[in-house]
Design a protein around this ligand. Sequence first.
Ligand SMILES: C[S@@+](CC[C@H](N)C(=O)[O-])C[C@H]1O[C@@H](n2cnc3c(N)ncnc32)[C@H](O)[C@@H]1O
Length: 366
Amino acid sequence: MRPTEIDSRQYDAQLADKANQLRGLFEHHNMPPLELYPSASLHYRMRAEFRVWHDGEDLYHIMFDSQTREKYRVNHFPPASQLINDVMGDLLELLKPNDTLRRKLYQIDYLSTLSGEILVTLVYHKPLDEEWQQEAQKLRDILRNKYCLDLVGRSRKQMVLLERDHVIEALNINGRTYQFKQIENSFTQPNAQVNCKMIEWALDATRNLNGDLLELYCGLGNFTLPLAQNFEKVLATEISKASVEAANYNAKLNHIDNVTVIRISSEEFTEALQGKRQFRRLEGIQLEDFDCQTVLVDPPRAGLDPDTCELVSHYPNILYISCNPQTLLDNLDILGQTHEVTRFALFDQFPYTHHAECGVVLRKRA
Ligand SMILES: C[S@@+](CC[C@H](N)C(=O)[O-])C[C@H]1O[C@@H](n2cnc3c(N)ncnc32)[C@H](O)[C@@H]1O
């Protein structure tokens, strides 16, 4: 089904189906009952990317059918936030008559927030010159009469910033608002409302745990900052430079001072902890000062590599957030030898698709 054709009346049945498939996939793992966190049935995605089609005077957003690869026109995109839908139409009307801005424009990316801010990236097959920048500024100023909007231009090996390359998101977590700088082209959780439920679930799962928290794959601090209240200290690691900078910025923005973020891959961090290699990036950080009894992992679709999985298996408490049930299953084959699963949740970040975001809590067996 094309995302433009989703039928919100089908949502509950589709989610029930997804939950059943997940239960089936994990049936040999002695899982606790599945906790289910539904999404809004429309306007749940905070990000969207479209190719642009030029048809004479006309200009419109297109997508490609995942089965036939046929292109189809997108005037409204029900999965995306209302803000994205509003900006999409207004932006195209302003681009259409503007030769400088529309020529060789081939993609538009939107990053919106619950806070009301939106970042639009215009991607071109041509170098962006002074004239482009002036026209883009005029366009942005017009759109700013209506929206809290920033504009970025991209071309091969070129990025033109008019002002900001980010938005500030505001998430309400158990009644407290956390602010997050989200940078263009970096990882952000796509479904902000389900993300809030996921963070609240992680807070609940780590209440009353002792010691410090080790977090691998921390991104911009999405879990790190809210979870810091449950621990003495948090040691968080992440591979992307932009995300590490955002995580440090976000810690300051939220006045959270018990968090240390290190730019290091999980594979390298595993080697450092095992004493196999030393890293300059770890200078000044005394790993032995941290008494981590709990580890939180939120890896990409590939899951945990064997060494990281082995490292994680030494911690008494494991919180595993996964965007790929298949690799979660593979990792549970290993972690299940030392730990038992005490909680199992499905967060429906990706309605109407087969994608499932899961949360699992594991406790080391006595
Ligand atoms: C699924 S995202 C989760 C990010 C964050 N927990 C959040 O909720 O926004 C996975 C993150 O892992 C990072 N990453 C990918 N491969 C990595 C690796 N080998 N070591 C450390 N981090 C990695 C990505 O940059 C990304 O930020």
